[in-house]
Design a protein around this ligand. Structure first.
Ligand code: SF4
Length: 636
C-alpha cells in the first residue's frame, strides 16, 4: 500500500514534523480510516492537511470539506490554498451562512438575527417572487440570474477570495454572493465552511446537494477539533426560556388569542408554562441549575390543563398550527419568519420524545429561567462523519487523544498521531506553585486564600516587567482576586475581559493590550475567547499566570455529563473533567509561543496542578519570580 507523499506540491520548505503530518493524512485517506492529530503550534496543520488530502482527492474524484470554528481560521484556509495554487491550480470556495453572505440579511436589523432555517425561508420566498417577475423582491438575485457569471467564476478561480472578499466583490456588482457560491460548489476541489454547515442535518443535506457530492466522497477536515465534543452536545440541545415565553405572549398580542383546547386559550397555555417554569425553579434549582424528573413537565401540564396525554398532543398540534400561521404572516409581510409559539410547541414535542439515555432534563437560571434538554452524547451530531470517506480531526490541544476519539464515537481502528511543536522547547517554561488553590472548599475553609492568590499574582506582576495575561477559572474569581492586585500593575495598562463582551469590544481591548507591547496586563478567563484562538507573538505576551486550575464548575449538568461518561466509557472523571480541564490549560499556555523566536513563561497557581504536571510538563516552583527571571536571563 502506498503512503508516501509527493512533496513537490508542498508550497514551503518542509519543517520538522510536517512530513509526518502529511503522511498521517495520506494514510488516513488511503486506508479510509479516521485520524485524530494533535499538532503543536507551528506545525502548519492547515497547509499540511490540505496538501496531503488534495493529492489523494484529485486522482480519486473525492472532495475536501474543511470545517472551521471561526472566520479567521477560514481565511487561513484560503491563504494556504493560494500558496498551493501557485504550484498546481486548485479551486477552493469559502462558504459562510446567509447571515454573513446575504446582502439583504447583513443590512437588515431583523434579518441579521435570523437563524439558517429562517433566512432560507426568506430567501426562497424572495427568489420565487423574482422568478415571477417582481425584481424588487431581491435585486441581487435578479442580477445574478440575468448576468454573465463567467467573470465572477474567473475571479473566484484566480484569486481564491475569502468569504468576506467574495461577498464584497459580488455586492459591488449587485449580485448575490451566496447564490453564486452555490453555483461554484460542484466545481470546487475544496470547500471551507463553518462547523454548522456539516453538523446541522438540514444544512448538511443542502450543502451536499449543492456540492453534488455524496458523504462517501468527502474527506472532512475538522480544524480546532478540541471544540467538537462540546459543540456537538450543544447543537443537539434545546431550551425553553422565560424570555421565549414572553415573546410568545407578544405574538398573541399581535396575532390573536385562539382556543388551543377546550376551555384553554393560547395565552392561558403560555401562562401555565410560565407557572411550570417557576415551579421547576422553586422545586429543583440548586445554585445555578438542577435536574428535573423525567416526566415533571408532562405531569404538570396534564394536571394544570386538565388534559390527558392525548388531549395534550392535540393542544400542541393546535399550537404548532398557530405558530406556522404566524411564520407565514411574517414572511408575507417581509419580516423574519420567526414564531416563538412555534418554537415553544416544537420544544415541548422534542422534550416529550427525547431519548432519556442520551439527554438530561434541567432547570437553570442564568440571565433568564429556562428548562433545558441537554444532550450528553457528542456522538449523535458526529454520526455522519462515519459515512464520509475519512475524517481528519486536528488541533494543538486534543490530548488525551483516545478520550477525544471515544467521546465523538469514532471507530476503534481510528488512528491517533501526536506531532510536537517544531519550536525550541527550551523557549518555554511551565511552573506550578502548590501553596494555593482555587478549589471551592479551600477558599471557603481558609479565609486568607483569596488574598494569598492575589499576593502571588502581585509578586509576579511586580517582579517580572513583561506583558502578562492572568487567566482565572471564572468571572466571579476574577472579580474577587483581580481587585486585590490593582496596585501591582506598576504603571502598566490593565485590561479586562468581561461577561457578555461583544466581539468589537473584545477586539478593542486585545488591540490595546498588543499595542502596549511589553507593558500591559490583561485579566481574562481560562477557556474564554482570549485564551483560545488569539495570537500574542513576541513581546506582546511573555507571561501567563493561571490563577487556579480551570476545572468545570460542579453544576448538575456537569455531574450528569460525568455520570453519562462513567456509564458509557467507564471513565467519567477522565472524560468530563480531566480532559476539558487539560485542554483549557494547554490553550491558555499555548498563547505564549507562536513563533520560533518567541519565549514565554507560564505559572499555574494551584496545588491541584499535580494531576496535570505530566501531560502539561510543568515543574514545581518554590519561588516563581526568581525561576522566571532566571529563565528570561538564560534565554536572552
Ligand atoms: S438571493 Fe441572495 S441576496 Fe437574495 S435573499 Fe437570497 S441570499 Fe439574500
Amino acid at each position: 500500500m502506498r503512503y508516501w507523499m509527493d512533496y513537490s506540491q508542498f508550497p514551503y520548505q518542509p519543517r520538522r514534523g510536517q512530513e509526518r503530518l502529511m503522511q498521517a493524512v495520506t494514510l488516513a485517506c488511503e486506508n479510509r480510516c479516521h485520524t485524530v492529530i494533535e499538532s503543536g503550534t507551528g506545525t502548519g496543520k492547515t497547509v499540511c492537511t490540505l496538501t496531503a488530502a488534495l493529492e489523494f482527492c484529485r486522482s480519486r474524484g473525492k472532495k475536501i470539506l474543511y470545517l472551521t470554528r471561526t472566520n479567521s481560521q477560514q481565511r487561513q484556509v484560503m491563504t494556504e490554498l493560494r500558496q498551493l495554487s501557485a504550484k498546481q491550480k486548485v479551486f477552493g470556495v469559502a462558504l459562510q451562512g446567509r447571515r454573513n453572505m446575504c446582502p439583504l440579511a447583513c443590512t437588515d436589523d431583523e434579518l441579521v438575527h435570523g437563524n439558517p432555517e429562517e433566512l432560507s425561508k426568506v430567501c426562497s420566498d424572495r427568489k420565487t417572487r423574482v422568478l415571477k417577475g417582481d425584481e424588487d423582491a431581491c435585486k441581487f438575485y435578479a442580477a445574478t440570474i440575468s448576468q454573465d457569471l463567467q467573470p465572477v467564476l474567473r475571479f473566484s478561480k484566480e484569486e481564491l477570495p475569502t468569504a468576506e472578499e467574495f461577498t464584497d466583490y459580488c455586492i459591488e456588482r449587485d449580485m448575490c454572493p451566496y447564490e453564486i457560491c452555490k453555483i461554484h460548489l460542484p466545481n470546487a476541489d475544496v470547500v471551507t465552511a463553518p462547523y454548522i454547515m456539516f453538523f446541522d442535518r438540514f444544512i448538511r443535506h443542502a450543502l451536499l446537494d449543492w456540492m453534488a457530492c455524496a458523504l462517501s466522497d468527502l474527506v472532512v477536515i475538522i480544524d480546532e477539533a478540541h471544540n467538537l465534543p462540546s459543540y456537538a452536545r450543544e447543537l443537539e440541545s434545546a431550551e425553553l426560556s422565560s424570555i421565549g415565553l414572553r415573546m410568545a405572549n407578544r405574538e398573541v398580542d399581535e396575532f390573536g388569542d385562539p382556543e388551543v383546547a377546550e376551555g384553554t386559550s393560547l395565552r392561558d397555555f403560555i401562562a401555565i408554562l410560565e407557572d411550570i417554569l417557576d415551579a421547576a425553579v422553586q422545586e429543583y434549582l440548586i445554585d445555578e441549575d438542577g435536574i428535573i424528573p423525567q416526566s415533571f413537565v408532562e405531569e404538570e401540564l396534564m394536571f394544570r390543563t386538565h388534559k390527558t396525554s392525548i388531549g395534550l398532543k392535540s393542544l400542541l398540534s393546535q399550537t404548532t398550527n398557530y405558530g406556522e400561521m404566524v411564520r407565514d404572516n411574517k414572511k408575507l409581510s417581509g419580516r423574519l419568519p420567526r414564531s416563538y409559539v412555534f418554537g415553544t410547541s416544537n420544544f415541548l414535542t422534542f422534550w416529550h420524545l427525547l431519548d432519556e439515555s442520551q439527554y438530561i432534563k434541567l432547570v437553570s437560571e442564568h440571565e433568564t429561567k429556562a428548562i433545558e434538554a441537554y444532550c450528553l452524547d457528542s456522538a449523535i451530531a458526529c454520526r455522519p462523519l462515519m459515512e464520509c470517506h475519512t475524517s481528519v480531526h486536528m488541533s494543538g490541544t486534543l490530548k488525551p487523544l483516545d478520550e477525544y476519539k471515544e467521546s465523538i464515537g469514532l471507530p476503534n481502528d481510528s488512528r491517533t498521531v501526536d506531532i510536537p511543536s517544531p519550536f525550541p522547547p527550551e523557549n518555554r517554561l511551565i511552573l506550578y506553585s502548590n501553596e494555593v488553590s482555587t478549589k471551592h472548599d479551600d477558599i471557603s475553609r481558609d479565609e486568607t486564600m483569596v488574598d494569598r492568590i492575589a499576593d502571588h499574582i502581585s509578586a509576579l506582576l511586580r517582579g517580572i516587567p513583561r506583558s502578562a495575561i492572568v487567566f482565572y477559572p471564572s468571572y466571579a474569581l476574577m472579580e474577587k482576586i483581580s481587585s486585590r492586585t490593582a496596585d501591582a500593575s506598576n504603571g502598566r495598562k490593565v485590561f479586562f475581559e468581561t461577561r457578555q463582551m461583544d466581539q468589537a469590544s473584545l477586539m478593542d481591548i486585545v488591540r490595546g493590550f498588543k499595542h502596549a507591547s511589553g507593558n500591559a496586563v490583561m485579566h481574562a478567563i481560562a477557556g474564554g475567547r482570549i485564551s483560545e484562538g488569539l495570537d500574542f507573538p513576541g513581546s506582546e505576551m511573555e507571561l501567563a499566570i493561571i490563577a487556579g486550575v480551570p476545572y468545570p464548575k460542579p453544576t448538575a449538568k456537569q455531574r450528569a455529563l460525568q455520570h453519562f461518561c462513567e456509564i458509557r466509557f467507564g471513565k467519567g472523571w477522565e472524560h468530563a473533567v480531566q480532559a476539558p480541564t487539560c485542554r483549557k490549560l494547554e490553550q491558555a499556555i499555548g498563547r505564549l509561543i507562536r513563533s520560533e523566536t518567541d519565549r514565554g513563561a507560564a505559572v499555574v497557581l494551584d496545588k491541584r496542578m499535580i494531576h496535570f504536571k505530566e501531560v502539561i510538563e510543568a515543574e514545581k516552583t518554590e519561588d516563581p519570580v526568581a525561576d522566571i527571571l532566571d529563565f528570561f536571563a538564560r534565554t536572552a
